[in-house]
Design a protein around this ligand. Structure first.
Ligand SMILES: Nc1nc2c(ncn2[C@@H]2O[C@H](COP(=O)(O)OP(=O)(O)OP(=O)(O)O)[C@@H](O)[C@H]2O)c(=O)[nH]1
Length: 240
């Protein structure tokens, strides 16, 4: 793999001191192709990216928000789903993480089954039981009512979330096609989808702000990785 890693960390970067804004490290994990990069982009930039490439190592995006009058920052760590692009850096991902988003593709049961190994990886890397965890079923725009057998049911996902102490959301990182947006129904769906994405941001922010143990034990992380990466264009993803 042609990538190298530089790591720097400090408890108070200049920018965080100026803005006095607490920064929370939020890990985004899940199988390759489930849409972690697109979802992270949507959560932070408010739109679906035009191009998607396989993540090598990790990418970062930030989202500022206000919770109960306090400005906080979510630093989303969009990690590679492919084992060969992540293995040397795994322990860095988990260090000082404040929350985790477990992502699967609702149209790909294999990605849902794969969640067990992501939970296990968290355990092996001593991720605290107490930190907020979220289960996100992505690509809900591809749900086909005629092919429910091939999709992950919400009931199954909710049970999984309950068993692992996670908050469950089903959403789509993708904007709806333009022709559907022309009609009233499309606009409504898009607004609904946008609010679901915002619901995820608010839920993560609210849980982190309220999480007293986290505040006491792990000060807001402010540091950076620089991953020198060779990007690889991604084919449109297909599963079942
Ligand atoms: N229809 C639809 N396609 C999506 C959605 N999210 C992502 N995709 C597509 O799924 C493919 C994979 O998306 P990525 O965001 O690169 O997936 P990833 O999980 O980051 O993959 P790795 O970087 O390999 O771990 C791309 O072709 C995206 O365009 C979604 O909500 N709906």
């Amino acid at each position: 793999m042609e990538s190298s890693l530089e790591f720097s960390s400090s408890l108070g970067s200049v920018s965080s001191l100026i803005s006095r804004c607490r920064t929370f490290k939020v890990l985004v994990i899940g199988d390759s192709g489930v849409g972690k990069t697109c979802l992270t982009h949507r959560l932070c930039a408010g739109e679906f990216p035009r191009r998607s490439e396989a993540t090598i190592g990790v990418d970062f995006r930030e989202r500022a928000l206000e919770v109960d009058g306090e400005k906080i920052k979510l630093q989303l760590w969009d990690t590679a789903g492919q084992e060969r692009f992540r293995k040397s850096m795994v322990q860095h991902y988990y260090r000082n993480a404040h929350a985790v988003l477990f992502v699967y593709d609702v149209t790909c049961p294999a990605s849902f089954n794969g969640l067990t190994s992501w939970v296990e990886e968290c355990r092996q890397n001593s991720l605290g039981h107490e930190i907020p965890k979220f289960l996100i079923g992505n690509k809900s725009d591809l749900r086909d009512v005629g092919r429910t057998d091939c999709h992950v049911s919400q009931e199954l996902a909710m049970n999984f979330a309950k068993a692992h102490g996670m908050v469950f959301f089903e959403t789509s990182a993708k904007n709806l096609p333009k022709k559907r947006l022309n009609g009233r129904r499309g606009e409504g769906e898009e607004l609904c989808q946008r609010s679901k994405v915002e619901d995820i941001v608010s839920a993560v922010g609210t849980m982190l702000k309220k999480h007293k143990t986290l505040m006491a034990n792990s000060p807001a992380y402010s540091g950076s990785f620089k991953v020198h990466r060779k990007k690889q264009e991604k084919e449109p993803w297909t599963c079942c």
